[in-house]
Design a protein around this ligand. Structure first.
Ligand code: ZN
Length: 290
């Protein structure tokens, strides 16, 4: 019997073929709009890398207004309290000392020793004799004035050339020149010529000379400082030199005012305390001991 691979004659196969033909025709005549569009789907992309956040450059810190708190005439009875409070409050201050006072008693010499080892403290020269209280005569002899300051400089071994004239608000800081009483000008010029930087003050914390107590309360003084900055009542804008006197703070009511004053200023946050050697115009090479 001949076997054939041709299955044309098989009716079942013919039916399947017919059925397949019908399906093929049905698909090819499907209305276009029913066709499933082939949509190009781009391969899933990795999420676009998020740009790494770069830190914005820090906003330029507005530099705070500078306060130079200075205490004159020590070491004396008020020095211990002042030193204790400024150290406790961690406020840098400058002491303008009188040479003669350092050697006047054992207690004052001990205070001098305490100043020298204290942190955030700067010591400057307020003459040796403090003019013995006779200012007119003192400033009439410029050479003697220079000698008087050199005596303190040498006997105390001070490491900077900043001085303050007793009883006079005089400035000789590079080109900054100011003399409150003109008869003292020649002596001031001589000090500058001798290499000293003469530093006056912009604002004084006043006191009663009889009772040796402050006459301005701490909060009033803070208002005076705000006003001085607002009205630019200072030699160099944004730099205010404040004059205070050690002996005023020997009693607790006054020393409490000093503490309150420092705390109020720290709380405000507008100001920054600085040492005298950081004052503008002071050339660093002028700070070497004379
Ligand atoms: Zn003085």
């Amino acid at each position: 019997m001949e076997t054939s691979t041709d299955d044309d004659g098989d009716p079942a196969t013919a039916q399947i073929r017919l059925l397949m033909l019908c399906i093929a025709l049905a698909i090819s005549f499907q209305p276009a709009h029913k066709r499933i569009p082939v949509v190009f789907k781009p391969p899933l992309q990795k999420e676009a890398p998020v740009a790494k956040k770069t830190k914005a450059p820090p906003l330029k810190k507005r530099s705070k207004k500078k306060l130079y708190l200075t205490f004159d005439d020590g070491p004396n009875r008020g020095t211990k309290n002042v030193l204790h409070i400024v150290q406790d409050e961690e406020v840098p201050v400058t002491f303008f000392v009188v040479g003669e006072h350092v050697f006047a008693s054992a207690v004052q010499h001990q205070l001098w020793d305490s100043l020298q080892i204290a942190n955030h403290i700067e010591i400057c020269n307020h003459s040796y004799s403090h003019a013995n209280g006779r200012y007119e005569k003192y400033y009439g002899q410029p050479d003697s004035v220079v000698k008087d300051f050199k005596r303190t400089q040498d006997s105390l071994g001070l490491t900077n050339a900043i001085v303050r004239t007793p009883g006079r608000n005089i400035w000789r800081v590079d080109t900054l020149q100011y003399t409150d009483l003109k008869r003292s000008a020649a002596a001031a010029d001589s000090l500058q010529k001798a290499g000293f930087v003469v530093m006056g003050w912009d604002l004084e914390w006043h006191f009663d000379h009889k009772t040796m107590s402050v006459t301005t309360a701490a909060d009033d003084l803070v208002r005076q400082i705000d006003s001085a900055f607002a009205r630019r009542r200072m030699k160099i804008a944004d730099h205010l030199v404040i004059l205070a006197h050690d002996q005023v703070y020997q009693h607790s009511s006054d020393s409490q005012q000093l503490r309150t004053f420092l705390q109020l200023l720290k709380k405000k946050g507008d100001y920054e305390f600085a040492l005298m050697t950081a004052y503008p115009l002071i050339a660093q090479d002028s700070l070497a001991q004379r």
